[in-house]
Design a protein around this ligand. Structure first.
Ligand code: THU
Length: 162
């Protein structure tokens, strides 16, 4: 017997102008955050910008280390900054963008599995979804997911531990 477990639906837009004004601002902030990337090893810059329920926007970028596995992803550095400054304030949306200094990227950048896991748990904690807006740094299609859990089907979560 076969069953279908994974099914992901996202909205697709062909340019930033098609997004709502708020999402446009968030994507621009994610693009701006690329300048904060410390990525001497991968040459892969990732910028993430999130908007909190109180309207504040925070952004951050990936931060690498000579000990490669210690690299911090942009998404999680931005989430940690939000928690440091506004603990408990729900995250409404996050825009993620990337620029590869070695090769042109043409596709939107999806968050890595570890970041999806963290984002999903934050959705559970705050009891509301985080919209994700994904694009490469400047052009090409934009994908919007209504939640992070939607990008991590069949996942491990806190319910198995309690
Ligand atoms: N990276 C992120 O910042 N977010 C992701 O979701 C995927 C990967 C960073 C980590 C590392 O600095 C570089 O991209 C290459 O993997």
């Amino acid at each position: 017997m076969r069953i279908e477990i994974v099914s992901i639906e996202v909205e697709m837009y062909s340019s930033i102008e098609e997004l709502s004004a708020k999402d446009q601002v968030l994507l621009e902030e994610a693009r701006n955050a690329l300048s904060k990337s410390y990525s001497p090893y991968s040459a892969f810059e990732v910028g993430a910008a999130l908007i909190l329920e109180n309207g504040l926007i925070l952004s951050n970028a990936n931060f690498e280390n000579a000990s490669f596995p210690l690299a911090l992803c942009a998404e999680r550095t931005a989430l940690a900054a939000a928690n440091a400054h506004h603990p408990g304030m729900p995250v409404i949306a996050m825009a993620i963008t990337a620029h590869n200094r070695r090769k042109k990227i043409t596709k939107p950048i999806p968050p890595c599995g570890a970041c999806r896991q963290v984002l999903s748990e934050i959705e559970d904690l705050q009891g509301q979804p985080i919209r994700l807006i994904l694009q490469n740094s400047m052009e090409g299609e934009i994908l919007v997911s209504h939640s992070c859990k939607a990008l991590l089907p069949f996942s491990f979560d806190h319910s198995f531990l309690k």
